[in-house]
Design a protein around this ligand. Structure first.
Ligand SMILES: *[C@@H]1O[C@H](CO)[C@@H](O)[C@H](O)[C@H]1NC(C)=O
Ligand SMILES: *[C@@H]1O[C@H](CO)[C@@H](O)[C@H](O)[C@H]1NC(C)=O
Ligand SMILES: *[C@@H]1O[C@H](CO)[C@@H](O)[C@H](O)[C@H]1NC(C)=O
Ligand SMILES: *[C@@H]1O[C@H](CO)[C@@H](O)[C@H](O)[C@H]1NC(C)=O
Ligand SMILES: *[C@@H]1O[C@H](CO)[C@@H](O)[C@H](O)[C@H]1NC(C)=O
Length: 470
C-alpha cells in the first residue's frame, strides 16, 4: 500500500471512531468546523465567555417582535433573570404610546436584566433603569408590508384608518392627508410607526433630510443590533453572536400571525405609495437592512447559512417533540381549547392564529419539557401575567429574607406567608376586561375582548392545561 492509501485508511478509521464516540453531539461543531466558522456549542464549555444577560429589546409593532419577546421571556426564565414588567395601570405594555419612563415599571421587577414589552423608546430613561452593559436590540420590517399589516390589524383602533371608505388601502394612499390626523390617539399606526416606536418624530416632512439623518445616527449609536423581520433567522444568528448565546437559546415558534386569508399582496405601485407616505421608516429600513447584510458578510455568508440551517433543523426537532408529527398546529383563536393559549384578536376582520396545546403526553416526556412546549406557544398577554406573578413571588420571598426583625429560621415563616396562588379570590367577580394587548393600551371599548384576556384568575399550570386539553 502506498503511504497515501495508508493515510486515507487511517483517516477513515479515526473519523468513524470519533463519530461513534461522540455521536450526535458533534454535528453542530463539525458542520461549522468544515467552513472555518466560529464554533457553535450546544453547551457552554468552560473558559468560554459567559452569556450576555442584560438586554433591552425594543418591541416594534407588527414586526415578528412577539416572537422575539417570547424568546427573551424563555431565556430569562431559564436563567433566573429579572424581566421588567409594566405596572398594572399600563396594562401589559409600558403605557404605550406614551414615552417610556421608569415609573411604568413594576417595582417587583427592578432592577431588571431584560426589558422587552411594548414601549415608546426613551433612551435616557432606559439607561437610568438598565445595567450599564445592556445591549440594545430592535427589529424593523419592510415598511410596505408592515403598513399593510398595520392597516388590517388596527382597522378598528386607528381613526385614520377607520374613516377610509370601504376600508380601502388604495383609497387611503391616494390621499392620506384626507384621513390622517396627527394628533389622534392611535395616529402612530398610520404614519412612520417604526420611527415613532424608536422615539422619533413621525410627522417631520419628507424634505427634512437633516432630521432623518441625525435620527438615523442616533438609532445606530444606541442599538448594537437592528434585526430585520424579513431575515429573521439571519438576524437571530447575529443576535446569538452578539450575546454569546447557544443555538438552543434562539429557538422559537412564530407568534401573533394573521391567517393567510387576512393578508393581501401589494402591487408595486401600492408599495411605492406606502414607502413615500412613510418615508422616514423607509429610510430607516433601507439603512439598517444594508447594515444587517454587511454584518452578515463580516460573519461569512456561508457560515450564516449553515447556522440558519442548523437552527431550522433544531427547531423542527423541538416542534416534533412538542407537537408530534402532525405539524403545524396552527389554529384560529376560536379553535384553541385552552383560553390561556388564545391570542388577542384586534377586530372581527382579522384572524390572529395561535397554537393549541402540546399533544405529546407520552410518559417519557417530562413535565419540564411540556412546560417548555407550552411556553413556546404562549401568547404575550398570558405570558406577561405569568412572569409578573412569578417575579412578584420571588421578590416577596427575597423581601422576607431581608427583613431584619425575623429572628426565627427564615424558611418556616415564609412558607406560611406566601399565598399559594396570588389570585385565588374566586368569589369575587372577575375584573373588567383588560384593555387589548400588544399594541393597544387603552384600546377603545369597542374592542372585542377575547377569552383569555379577561379575568386574571385562571391558574396557568400544566395540570390545568392538561385537563383542558383532553
Ligand atoms: C446529528 O445528526 C443525526 C443525523 O442527521 C441526527 O439524528 C441527530 O439528532 C443529530 N444530533 C444533534 C445533536 O444534532
Ligand atoms: C435558578 O434558580 C433555581 C431555583 O432557585 C435553581 O435551582 C437553578 O439552578 C437556577 N438556574 C440558574 C441557571 O441559575
Ligand atoms: C458600569 O458601572 C459600574 C459602576 O457604576 C462601573 O464600575 C463600570 O465601569 C461601568 N461599566 C461600563 C461598561 O460603563
Ligand atoms: C365601496 O364599495 C362599494 C361596493 O364594492 C362600491 O359600490 C362603492 O363605490 C365603494 N365606495 C367607495 C367610496 O369606494
Ligand atoms: C436587503 O438588503 C439586501 C442586501 O443589500 C438586498 O438584497 C435585499 O433586497 C434587501 N431587502 C429588502 C426587503 O429591501
Amino acid at each position: 500500500m502506498s503511504q497515501r492509501k495508508i493515510f486515507l485508511v487511517l483517516l477513515f478509521i479515526s473519523t468513524v471512531s470519533l463519530l461513534l464516540h461522540h455521536g450526535g453531539h458533534l454535528n453542530w461543531t463539525m458542520e461549522a468546523f468544515h467552513l472555518g466558522c466560529p464554533a457553535i456549542h450546544s453547551h457552554p464549555a468552560p473558559g468560554l465567555k459567559p452569556k450576555h444577560t442584560n438586554v433591552a429589546f425594543l418591541k416594534t409593532h407588527k414586526t415578528a417582535s412577539s416572537t422575539m419577546q417570547n424568546l427573551l421571556f424563555r431565556f430569562a426564565e431559564r436563567n433566573n433573570l429579572t424581566v421588567a414588567m409594566p405596572v398594572q395601570a399600563c396594562s401589559h405594555q409600558f403605557c404605550y404610546p406614551r414615552s417610556f419612563t421608569s415609573h411604568f415599571v413594576h417595582p417587583h421587577t427592578i432592577p431588571p436584566n431584560i426589558i422587552t414589552s411594548h414601549m415608546r423608546f426613551n433612551r435616557a430613561e432606559l439607561q437610568r433603569l438598565m445595567p450599564n452593559d445592556t445591549k440594545y436590540v430592535t427589529i424593523l420590517r419592510e415598511p410596505s408590508s408592515m403598513f399593510e399589516s398595520l392597516f388590517s390589524y388596527y382597522n378598528q383602533y386607528c381613526q385614520s384608518f377607520k374613516r377610509v371608505p370601504n376600508g380601502s388601502l388604495e383609497a387611503f394612499l391616494d390621499d392620506p392627508g384626507r384621513y390622517y390626523r396627527p394628533d389622534e390617539t392611535f395616529s402612530m399606526y398610520a404614519h412612520n410607526t417604526l420611527a415613532f416606536d424608536l422615539g422619533g418624530e413621525k410627522d417631520r416632512p419628507e424634505s427634512d433630510v437633516v432630521y432623518a439623518q441625525s435620527f438615523l445616527k442616533e438609532v445606530e449609536q444606541v442599538f448594537s443590533l437592528v434585526m430585520i423581520a424579513e431575515y429573521f433567522d439571519e438576524s437571530l444568528v447575529l443576535l446569538r453572536h452578539l450575546l454569546n448565546w447557544d443555538l438552543d437559546d434562539i429557538l422559537y415558534v412564530k407568534l401573533n400571525m394573521r391567517t393567510t386569508s387576512s393578508k393581501r399582496s401589494l402591487t408595486p405601485g401600492l408599495q411605492s405609495k406606502i414607502r413615500a407616505w412613510n418615508s422616514l421608516d423607509a429610510r430607516l429600513y433601507d439603512h439598517f437592512n444594508a447594515s444587517l447584510w454587511s454584518q452578515l458578510s463580516d460573519l461569512g455568508l456561508d457560515c450564516v447559512a449553515r447556522e440558519v440551517r442548523l437552527l431550522q433543523r433544531a427547531q423542527e426537532r423541538l416542534l416534533r417533540s412538542c407537537f408530534g408529527e402532525r405539524m403545524p398546529l396552527v389554529r384560529s383563536a376560536a379553535e384553541i381549547k385552552n383560553k390561556e393559549l388564545r391570542p388577542w384578536q384586534p377586530s372581527g376582520k382579522v384572524d390572529i392564529v395561535g397554537y393549541d396545546l402540546p399533544v405529546n403526553s407520552s410518559p417519557g416526556f417530562s413535565s419540564q419539557a411540556q412546560e417548555l412546549c407550552l411556553k413556546l406557544i404562549m401568547p404575550e398577554i398570558q405570558y406577561s401575567r405569568v412572569l409578573l406573578r412569578s417575579q412578584s413571588l420571588r421578590y416577596r420571598r427575597g423581601y422576607q429574607l431581608r427583613t431584619p426583625q425575623m429572628s426565627h429560621p427564615p424558611l418556616q415563616p415564609i412558607r406560611t406567608v406566601l399565598p399559594r396562588h396570588p389570585q385565588v379570590q374566586r368569589s369575587q367577580p372577575p375584573p373588567p376586561a383588560a384593555p387589548g394587548p400588544a399594541s393597544e393600551s387603552g384600546s377603545p371599548s369597542t374592542s372585542k375582548p377575547v377569552a383569555g384576556t379577561q379575568g386574571r384568575t385562571t391558574k396557568l399550570g400544566l395540570k390545568s392545561s392538561q385537563t383542558q386539553a383532553s
